[in-house]
Design a protein around this ligand. Sequence first.
Ligand SMILES: Cc1cc2nc3c(=O)[nH]c(=O)nc-3n(C[C@H](O)[C@H](O)[C@H](O)COP(=O)(O)O)c2cc1C
Length: 362
Amino acid sequence: MLKRLKRIAKNLLAITWIRRTYEAVNRLFLETFGSSRILSHLFFVFSFLTFNREQSAVLRGRRNYYRNKRRDRVSRVELRRNVHRLEKGIIMRPRRDVFARDYITETVEFYEFAAEQCKRAPDSMEPSEMQWAHNVLTEYFRVNTGTHPVVDAARARFQAIDFVPEGGERVPYVKRRLSDVSYEQIHDLAMQRRSVRWFEQRPVERELLDKAMLVARQAPTACNRLPYEFRIFDDPEKVRTVADLPFGAAGYAHNIPTIVVVVGKLESYFSPRDRHAIYVDASLAAMSFMFALETLGLSSSVINWPDFEPLEQKMQKTLGLDVSDRVVMLIAVGYADPDGMVPFSQKKELDTLRSYNVLRGE
Ligand SMILES: Cc1cc2nc3c(=O)[nH]c(=O)nc-3n(C[C@H](O)[C@H](O)[C@H](O)COP(=O)(O)O)c2cc1C
């Protein structure tokens, strides 16, 4: 018995020693290579696998962006972005007589491609997107009062397109509506929303999920691209398959009635400078989604999705994702079990979280 205890103590000491040595070496590396950008670069030359999936996803996304331009699609990101830019030009104060000279030709071309698709394969594209694009382009040519050969040529080309989607009024407008929601109400909602991990074993109505999605899609996104998808699973077997993938739901995955995989679409960008936007945009939508769920009597919890190769491979296979698709997070959704507990989760103090007018050295 004494011998066994001695052996256990020896093993524990060895484990502690290995852990401490690993931590010391790790720290030495971080102190050294984290001290300058050049050394950081050197570190990643040798440790290239760390961000390889992300790098490959960004490149694949950019490749797909250009490839997709000539493909039929439900929604056309390049058209969305440019129509959004036109809208910003239309609302500019003061508005210039001639604007968007550098991208109006390509915008009309994007619209032309979309119109060809709509004629060839009716209903294959979102009608609302086509109406918006058509209405904004019409408004653009109406308010461009100056003359410029590029704009004049684009106008003629636009007018020659023999496809006019029905429906109007999707153009910039004066926003006069003020909120009926009081500060107290939104604060109460924020206090009410907690990460809930224990749910009643009953299905979540799809109408409610769709209602929450209608709120989610109103969240702001860079250039109004909406570069994400909410992949919702409510079939119990599929929920289990998906909920078992992340580490973060261990211990409660089995009781999740509905799970959402929020996927960012890197094919929405031609430039690596925007690679972060999927995370920002999808997260803003996810927050709106969760607040909306609360108002519908539902609860939720975010589940972390780490950039960890074995998990990424499994998720990619399970959902049939493209290399350029990045999982941003998972969200468990359901009716809260009235007996289930939630952590208190103390928030940081206001003074820690925000500051006003602090510049360097102040
Ligand atoms: C990006 C992100 C990842 C999270 N990952 C997990 C997770 O893997 N498992 C889990 O149970 N909760 C997870 N959560 C929930 C947090 O633990 C929770 O939001 C936090 O403790 C604050 O609690 P509250 O949401 O109730 O205010 C995550 C939340 C976020 C925003």
